[in-house]
Design a protein around this ligand. Sequence first.
Ligand SMILES: Cc1ncc(C[n+]2csc(CCOP(=O)(O)OP(=O)(O)O)c2C)c(N)n1
Length: 632
Amino acid sequence: MDLLSIKNPQFLKKLSNHELEKLSAEIRQFLIEKLSETGGHIGPNLGVVELTIALHKVFDSPNDKFIWDVGHQSYVHKILTGRASEFDTLRQYKGLCGFPKRNESEHDVWETGHSSTSLSAAMGMAIARDLKKSKEHIIPIIGDGALTGGMALEALNHIGDENKDMIVVLNDNEMSIAPNVGALHNVLGRLRTAGKYHWVKDELEYLLKKIPAVGGRLASTAERVKDSLKYMLVSGVFFEELGFTYLGPVDGHSYEDLFENLQYAKKTKGPVLLHVITKKGKGYKPAETDTIGTWHGTGPYKIETGDFVKPKVVGPAWSKLVSETVQKLAREDERIVAVTPAMPVGSKLEAFAEEFPDRMFDVGIAEQHATTLAAGLATQNMKPFLAIYSTFLQRAYDQVVHDICRQNLNVFIGIDRAGLVGADGETHQGVFDIAFLRHIPNIVLMMAKDENEGQHLVNTALKYDEGPIALRYARGNGIGVEMDKELKEIPIGTWEVLREGTDAVILTFGTTIEMALEAAEQLARNGTSIRVVNARFIKPMDEKMLHAIFQEGIPVLTIEEAILQGGFGSAVLEFAQENQYFETPITRIGIPDRFIEHGSVSKLLEEIGMTTENVIKTLSSMIPKNKKVLRS
Ligand SMILES: Cc1ncc(C[n+]2csc(CCOP(=O)(O)OP(=O)(O)O)c2C)c(N)n1
């Protein structure tokens, strides 16, 4: 059928299983083709084609509410709810979002991007439904990876106790981004291999009723026999004990199985956990045979070979550079250990894990636990490297404050994907970390101008033993500079003048240095002399240099690829105020007070006004008029 003609999921109601199978194949083909051009979360979506179709056939969205955990697997849902024609723009500027988006469709009732929120949101919706005395079904769909997140477990605890009607669909493909880990994963493994549960349960209940209820000691023995029988025979006891009716395991690619179980779940009172087994990447060989997570989310690829279309890069990937330098240092210092919350591949820690299997800890999607775990390690004189994406570190703010910084522990936090990340959009931009870390006592916060300085700052961090230290690094690659053979330590709190100048000074760090140098170069052609400073220590700042600049009295422009409120520029303003430097004009360029949607980083920077042209324009307006300045 023509997928572009789909307006809403109503058409599914009339289709036979045979027709649905044909539709599944067409959707898979569509996804494989479209995503080969745009990139996106191909593996997770190919895995949920039948599950999504079955959900839309059995339930009535948007009255019934689907809540997609993480939301990266919502593409099939987007197709069935009338958005197939927008897939050419997927994850591009002003195009279709890669996650559920409430302003895109009434069928997107909850926005996600970060994992493990679906059950809490669903519980809120279920409580509201009951207070309003309405009747809709609430159906969170959560992966086995997302289920390991603390929030999901907190919600399970609440849902089971409140006994609200809700159908939790557990999409178990044995994978998180990388292979899933943890004891819960092992529990699911045992359930996967067990028989269909609700039949077993019916049988068991029948048998248990036959055990005579007699008084005294005999009765308690009978109870114990009942309990142990239950534990032996009932595979879903873990969820049953939490207060859920466990259904499954269900073959998530069989319409017959899915319909039978979804219908059963629909009639069941109280919370249900429907355990659905799916295959990530199903229907596209390279993705289906992927065992490490390469096909979880990708850029464009060649359909026939599965080869990725590699963007042109010059320097090493930042994650790789940082993790490899940590690995090098770990050879000399056996106290160094690495911790990742479910991102061993993204954080490029596979080589570290291979060389030091006993010193690498993938804790699942558990940023809070990972952070306090690192703190615990540090109390025992270990040197933990906590690799965590800027956006996901938001989850662990209290653990950074309360456990790491307050106890002034030697944890090295690698803040990966700092700055704009592009296609993943609003939920993933790494723009808040400066604002939420800078005000915490004891922390040192750094960002390097290039990969060579990056390796030295990693070395600085792992040699530093006076408390927590964090290095921000961007998504993407270095700029291709020569690398020193020997690692150096860079004195804490020292900045570097990259270009001398007398008319104004730009204070900036990391990815925006290039823009500053380019602006200074262009202005120099017109006789304006701009100093550019590499403010590699965001905290503590180089106060000696700052005093010198403010005493000179030349205008100061700060540039940061981070939210302005509470950011680096704010720190410079605070410094000026505290030291009574009221004469110097200070202007800040950075991310404004709004969430930045998806799109290429260059397009987003342009939209925000973080361009060389705007830097030139801003400087022009700051420098006294008698200076000769190029106006763009
Ligand atoms: C809080 C948080 N940490 C990490 C991530 C990165 N991440 C995105 S998807 C994913 C794995 C999800 O696994 P699962 O729920 O099993 O879904 P699947 O992709 O296997 O369908 C991870 C770790 C995230 N989105 N949110």
